[in-house]
Design a protein around this ligand. Structure first.
Ligand code: AVJ
Length: 314
């Protein structure tokens, strides 16, 4: 695991242009910063999807065709702190549905916290977490023969570039059976005035979240990034529908990563691309889906129509 991270750092910083993978944001500090981001007034995504899960829970249960007489697995990719999912879990628990909750996340720390919070808030629910990234867990999905409901919320899929998103949806489709359901939460393409501040909150939490990636490399790989010399830079245009975050070196400098026994040169103004957050609409989603066996059967939106949960099956 750690070695993969080190290899990915080497690969990304040796590339032109430089990049680091956003999945590595989530160490213990990154997890906590992301929870803070979700509470920022500018970060509308979580509130919008929470609105759907809180106010359209019955609708969600119906459209997912959940049945009380059949055991199913509720699998969540990138579960994080589970705030939205708990709305659904609560309703399913109250109505005595028979299921197992399988949260999957890159962060073991996030999973440990989620499991203990569900155990205390919803003690009837059987939670069996799995650690891994989205691609690694796909193969384990096929192993179970129970009906499955897959939740992929929070516009987490937005972190995959278009090639990876296509690849992921194709593989995900292959690991599902005819009666399985998929709920994908997508942030919808909208004006720059709304999207850009979500990645540049006025309290600077997103900035710290982005810079934490360099601090993580300093700590884990004995590197000497001077984080005061890197600037958080988010970009978004409504035309393209993709938010990207960068860290910009404010001066010409060389950074050494002892665990790699290597140095990396940064020109003044040179950037590291650290995150892609694609926004969606029906056409973009259907463009990916047409190359898979998946189709949209329903779409739930929040009251502002900022965000949509798409329900899919094969
Ligand atoms: C968890 C991937 C949905 O892209 O909006 C928030 C992560 N990054 N602020 C997103 C994130 C900066 C977030 N996702």
């Amino acid at each position: 695991m750690n070695n993969t991270f080190l290899n990915d750092v080497d690969k990304g910083l040796s590339n032109t242009p430089k990049y680091l993978l956003s999945k590595y944001f989530y160490d213990k500090i990154g997890d906590a910063l992301f929870v803070d981001i979700m509470n920022m007034p500018e970060y509308y995504l979580t509130r919008a999807e929470f609105d759907i899960f809180k106010n359209q829970t019955q609708n969600l249960i119906e459209t997912l065709k959940l049945r009380k007489d059949t055991f199913f697995e509720l699998i969540e990719l990138g579960a994080g702190d589970g705030t939205k999912t708990k709305q659904l879990l609560k309703a399913l628990d109250t109505a005595n549905y028979n299921f197992n909750y399988v949260p999957i996340d890159i962060s073991q720390n996030a999973l440990d916290q989620l499991k203990s919070s569900i155990n205390s808030e919803l003690p009837n629910i059987n939670t069996t977490p799995k650690q891994g990234d989205y691609f690694n867990v796909l193969s384990s999905l096929k192993q179970s023969n129970h009906p499955k409901v897959i939740l992929f919320l929070g516009s987490n899929i937005g972190n995959l570039n278009d090639i990876l998103a296509q690849d992921f949806l194709t593989k995900l489709a292959d690991s599902l059976q005819a009666n399985d359901k998929l709920c994908i939460g997508l942030d919808l393409i909208k004006s720059e005035k709304i999207v850009l501040p979500a990645y540049n909150d006025s309290q600077g939490i997103t900035r710290r979240f982005n810079l934490n990636l360099l601090e993580r490399i300093n700590k884990e790989f004995d590197a000497n990034f001077d984080i005061d010399t890197f600037k958080h830079q988010p970009e978004y245009t409504e035309d393209e529908g993709i938010a990207r975050s960068y860290l910009v070196s404010t001066k010409s400098q060389t950074v050494t990563i002892k665990a790699l026994n290597k140095s990396f040169h940064f020109m003044e103004g040179e950037r590291i691309h650290t995150e892609t957050s694609r926004k969606y609409n029906d056409a973009i989603l259907n463009g990916f889906l047409k190359k898979t066996s998946l189709k949209v059967i329903d779409k739930l939106m929040d009251s502002n129509q900022y965000f949509a949960d798409y329900i899919l099956n094969k």
